[in-house]
Design a protein. Structure first.
Length: 667
């Protein structure tokens, strides 16, 4: 079974680390104390040899007649022992080997001194002097940190040497032998017991220190695991938002200090809500995991960082030197996901696999440069990629009015547009082809800057949708239409364009009902135009809102039919009052193929029952063609240009007014 990173972290947090067995602990105890024991034995032996040689003075005082022999023995044994010990140290002998050499040297030092000392003629002095042999036993057990078995063997050897000397000492009576023998045995037992206790305590100290290290390591590992868990997305194993934000700051600081430029790339899975709703949340999670793995593989050659930014959105950070490299990486990411070929049959844009939209921003020197600005630019680039059809990449361009700083100014302007009277409506007539009467008008929104400069709808409408300002502007437009034209019965029907964002907004139908009630306008005189586009998904909230609006009597029109991929589905689901055929089909009627295409579309819509309105009528020839095709209504510059409300007269008078408009592109 394959675990995700989150699973591994969770296992690390809850598992108990293995404890070494007793034999392994003993071995580790010896290994860890190896260097310290070697040094301690060397230094201790140098001190012991120095003390051993200083006892030459005592030899001169107590056994003067053989002092030359004992002193010679002391120096010879001390010198040889030091040479052996230092040679072992030089050739990195083990601590046990050095300890054995030191213990052997102590036994030899005792025997080497005692043998010539016993040759003295001063039996009384040597009988007392022999008691100093206990010092060697205490050195073996207490002065050095020998292992207990080695100390025991050395102590037994010293004790046996002592008894051999006492038994061979003819001047010693039974009471002397008993007293001194008892003393040495007691000294042997006492020092050996203390040595055994000291060795046990040293081992306990090691165990306590070892346990403390284990606990410290466990605490450190758990802390690291918790930190990884707090910085890891539980589903994909990628960095989560918290970790991404920290890496963003690190990348930004490196750019500010050392000029290491980098790119921030936002990736959004296209139509993921549709995928999740149709295939189920489990498959949706699997889709995100597969996409995450593909993204990791795509950025690996670039040595970048990747994280899940939330929902179906991911972010990639990479240190890159040029905009061309950023574009290459963005396209590599897009292709990596597309090559997965994960089925997605619920799309309505001509694709049937899972794809991603990619928006990138690149560090650049600018006044007031901030990290948040870079992410905002990447987000705007991503919005642009989604708005141009999805499954594409977009690099933020400061010179593009749709993504440049100008859009920020427009976004700020939209917040005050209603209060400052910067937004207004103009109305374009819609003519009945059979009667020549004006059946309705379409309300078109206009925006001007504070200095009076006009802002094209193609620029400010997408920004209004992106920022959410379209909600307030939409309600204002409906209320203004009711006050300017419908409340005075100047025009039979006025259509207003609505955004999918408005239809998905909770309470939109209720707000329309409130405006109709406030202005005392019948719902049947208001038409709301829904644009058939990529953003217009068959969302349950949208269908419910449309149903509520039709209950109010509001007419629902389908705008720009034929430009998207969901038109037929909408015709099947919703009983539209009018379908507006996009102008591009009329303008293609110069060719037989284009004319046949328009005729087929008209036949398709007519079979569904709604009225047919064709946009973009700009010449008398086009109007004549519409009569030939028996179209219900037309709209375009040949019928009438957009004009303010004050120029409109009652419908009958307006119908008698001739149209004097030159052919031009419809806005």
């Amino acid at each position: 079974m394959r675990h995700t990173l989150a699973d591994v972290v969770d296992i690390d947090l809850h598992r108990e680390p293995p404890r070494p067995a007793s034999a392994e602990l003993r071995l580790r105890y010896e290994e860890e104390g190896e260097a310290a024991r070697r040094q301690a034995t060397r230094h201790g032996f140098w001190t012991a040899v120095a003390v051993y040689l200083l006892f030459s003075i005592t030899d001169i005082l107590l056994v003067a007649d053989v002092a030359h022999l004992t002193i010679a023995a002391r120096f010879a044994i001390g010198f040889v022992a030091l040479v052996v010990i230092e040679t072992q140290a030089r050739f990195n002998a083990s601590a046990n080997a050095i300890d054995r050499a030191a213990a052997t040297a102590l036994v030899a030092a005792y025997a080497g001194w005692l043998y010539p000392a016993m040759m003295t003629a001063d039996t009384q002095s040597i009988s007392y002097y022999m008691v100093f042999g206990a010092i060697f036993m205490m050195s073996v057990n207490l002065f050095f940190s020998f292992q207990f078995r080695l100390s025991l063997f050395a102590s037994v050897a010293i004790l046996l040497i002592f008894f051999a000397a006492v038994l061979s000492f003819s001047a010693a009576d039974i009471s002397y032998r008993l007293a001194f023998g008892t003393f040495n045995i007691s000294c042997f037992v006492f020092t050996s017991y203390v040595n055994w206790k000291l060795n046990r305590e040293r081992y306990k100290v090691f165990l306590n220190a070892f346990e403390a290290r284990i606990q410290h390591r466990e605490a450190s590992e758990r802390g690291k695991a918790l930190l990884r868990l707090s910085n890891t997305d539980s589903l994909t194993g990628l960095d989560n938002r918290r970790a991404v934000d920290q890496k963003l700051r690190d990348y930004w600081n490196d750019w500010q200090r050392r000029g290491e430029s980098f790119a921030a790339i936002l990736i959004d899975v296209d139509f993921f809500k549709r995928y999740n709703d149709f295939y189920g949340h489990q498959e949706g999670d699997r889709c995100l995991v597969l996409v995450a793995n593909a993204l990791k593989e795509s950025i690996e050659p670039y040595n970048g960082s990747i994280g899940r930014y939330g929902g179906e959105e991911f972010i990639v950070l990479a240190r890159l030197g040029t905009r061309e490299q950023v574009e290459d990486l963005a396209e590599t990411i897009r292709c990596g996901v597309e090559n997965l070929a994960l089925p997605h049959e619920q799309r309505r844009d001509g694709m049937s696999i899972v794809t991603v939209s990619v928006g990138a921003a690149f560090t650049r020197s600018q006044t007031g440069s901030k990290l948040e600005r870079l992410i905002h630019e990447a987000d705007r680039a991503l919005y642009g990629a989604k708005a141009t059809g999805r499954n594409c990449t977009r690099l933020f361009d400061p010179n593009d009015p749709q993504s440049s700083d100008e859009s920020e100014n427009i976004a700020a302007l939209l917040k005050i547009a209603i209060d400052q009277d910067l937004v207004s409506l103009v109305y374009q007539p819609i003519r009945n082809v059979a009667s020549g009467q004006i059946d309705a008008v379409e309300a078109l929104m206009r925006l001007r800057m504070l200095d009076g400069t006009s802002v094209p709808p193609s620029l400010f409408i997408p920004i209004a949708e992106r920022t959410g300002a379209i909600l307030d502007l939409g309600r204002w437009a409906i209320r203004t239409v009711c006050h300017e034209l419908l409340a005075n019965d100047d025009i039979p029907v006025v259509s207003v364009n609505v955004s999918p964002i408005q239809l998905r907004s909770p309470g939109f139908a209720a707000s329309v009902a409130a405006i109709l009630g406030e202005t005392r306008v019948a719902g049947s005189r208001l038409a709301l135009e829904i644009t058939e586009g990529l953003e217009m998904e068959m969302h349950s909230d949208i269908l419910r809102c449309i149903s509520d609006l039709k209950t109010l009597g509001v007419r629902i029109w389908l705008d720009d039919f034929g430009t998207g991929f969901a038109g037929l589905s909408w015709l099947r689901l919703i009983d539209f009052d009018t379908v507006k055929i996009d102008r591009s089909f009329l303008h293609d009627c110069d060719t037989p193929k284009g004319k046949a295409m328009l005729r087929d579309i008209i036949g398709l819509v007519r079979n569904r029952g709604p009225k047919i309105l064709v946009e973009g009528v700009e010449t008398e020839e086009q109007l004549a063609l519409m009569r030939q095709f028996q179209i219900d209504q037309v709209q375009g510059f040949h019928v009438g240009r957009p004009a303010p409300a004050r120029t409109f007269q009652p419908a009958k008078a307006m119908a008698r007014r001739p149209a004097r408009a030159k052919p031009a592109k419809y806005l």
